[in-house]
Design a protein around this ligand. Sequence first.
Ligand code: F6P
Length: 580
Amino acid sequence: MRHSLTVAGAIVPLRFQVKLLHMTSLIDATGTPAWQELSSLAAALRPDLRGWFAADPSRAQRYTFTAGDLYVDLSKNLVTDDVLAALLRLAQQVGLEAKRDAMFAGERINVTENRSVLHTALRRARGDSLVVDGVDVVAEVHQTLDAVYAFARKVRSGEWVGVTGQPIKTVVNIGIGGSDLGPAMAYEALRPYVADGLECRFVSNIDPTDLAQKTAGLDPATTLVIVASKTFTTLETMTNARLARAWLLDGLYGRPVDDATAHQAVSKHFVAVSTALDKVAAFGIDPANAFGFWDWVGGRYSVDSAIGTSLAIAVGPEAFDSFLGGFRAIDEHFEKTPLASNVPVLMGLLNIWYHNVLGASSHAVLPYAQSLSRFAAYLQQLTMESNGKRVRADGSPVTSDTGEVFWGEPGTNGQHAFYQLIHQGTQLIPADFIAVATPAYPLKDGATDVHELFLSNFFAQTKALAFGKTADEVRAEGTPEAIVPARTFPGNRPTTSIMAPALTPSVLGQLIALYEHLTFTQGVVWGIDSFDQWGVELGKKLALEIAPAIGGDAGALADQDASTQALIAYYRTHRTGDVA
Ligand code: F6P
C-alpha cells in the first residue's frame, strides 16, 4: 500500500519520499570515528613495502582476492591490517551496504534527477524479476535484448540488406560520451571475436574531421549507421547523424532525391538507440528500427544496454550474452560478498585512502593488453563524470575532496612515456595494472613467447614501483656518487595487480562492473550523487549561444566577453576555404 509522508506539516508525494529518506541518512564521512582513525594511521604511517613483505610472508596471499575470474592482488598497496580494518569500518559507518542494496533494489538514489539507478538490471538473468514502480524491469530488458539480438543476427547473416540489396559490411556508430566510449572500447577489446567481413567504426566528435575520416573509403550501400543517443538531442550526435544521412544519400544517388527515396534508404541504413523514441521518429528513422532503453540507465553505465548494439552485431549475441554474464558475476560479488573480501569495495576504499588521506590526486590505469587501449578513456567518463562533484546529494558542500583524475595508457607504451614520473616524481600516483594470462595472438619471436616478454614488463614495473632501488644498491653497481640520487628509486609506489585468464567477453564485462562498483563505493563515502552530470550542461548551453556570433551575428557577438570576442575575431580573420 502506498503512503504519503508528512514533513513539516506538508504532505510529501511518494516519489520524493525515498529522496528525503536518502538525504536524511546522508552521513558525513569526515565526522565518523573511522575517518579520524584513518587520519591518525596516516600520520603514523611509515610506508615500507620491502619491510612489510619481509616481515609477513603471507602478505601477498592475505591481500589477494578473487571476484569472478579476476585475481586481484592488493598487497603492493600502502596499507597495513590496521588501515584496511579502519577503511572497512568507514564503509560501515557511512552505510555502504544499505546504499548498495538501495541501488540494486531500484530506489531513486539519483536524487537530483529523481531516478532509479539500475544498470545492474541490464544484466540480470533471463527469468529474474525486479519490479520497480509496478514494472518488471528485467522482463523489459530481455524484450529489448531479444530485439537487438534478432537484428544483430539478421545483419550478421546477410539477411538484412541495404537499399541496393547488398549485405552490411560496416557499422558506423554515431554517439558521444557513454553512447560512444563503451561500445568503442569494448569493440577494440573484443576484436578477436568480431565476425570476419564485419567492421565497426565510431564517430563521436563534432569536429567534421571525425565523420569525414571514419566514412572515408566506405561504400554507403554496405554501411549501416547506428545513431546512439540516450536523449536524441545531443548536438554532436544529431549533427553527425545529419551529416551521415547526407553522405549516405549522396553516395547512393549522387543527386538530390525525393523524400520517399530518402526515407527508403534511411530505413535500410539507419537504426537508432535511444530512450526518446519520439525524437527518433522525428529524425526520420523508422521506430521499428529503434531500440530503446530507460532513464534509469546512465549514459556512462549503458554499454550493456541497447547502446551496445554495434558490439552485439560485431561479436554476435552469444558473445554479448557472455559479456553481460561477466557484469552479472561482479554484481553478485559486490552484492553478496562480505566487505572484507569484496573487491570493488576494497578498491574503492583504497582510492579513498590515497586520495583523501594520503593526498594523491590522480589514479593511473595501465592495462598490459593492447586490446584495452581505450579502457582508461572509458574509465575517465565512468569515474570522473560520476564522482567529479562539489556538492553532496542534499546540496550541501562536500566535506572532503572528491573525484580523483583517472588516466592511463596501455603498457608498455606508458613505460616509454610517463612512467618516469610515477617512479621518481614527487606525486603519489596509485596505479592499477591489468593483464591476462592467455593472449589473443600467441606470437613468438624466435624462441621467445612475446606475451611472456610483455608480462615480464608488468611484473617488473609493479616490483620496481613497490620495492625501488636504494642508493646503496645503485652505488654497488659502481655508479659515480654524483648521479646516485638520480638513479635511486624510492619505491613504496602503490599498485594493484589485476589478472584474468584471458580477455574474453565475460572478463571484459567483469572489469567494467568492477570499476562501476568501486566508483559507487567512493561516491557513497563522499555522500554525492554519482549518477547525475550537471557539470556538462553550462558549456553545452553557451556553445549554442556562441554559434551565431561565430557566424557573424553582431548582437550575439556583443554579448560575449572580451576574450571570447577576440577569439572569435581571430577565427573570422583566419578561417579560409568554403564548406564542402
Ligand atoms: O554531456 C554528457 C552526456 O550527457 C553523457 O552523460 C552522455 O553519455 C553523453 O552526454 C551523451 O548523451 P546522449 O547519449 O544523450 O547523446
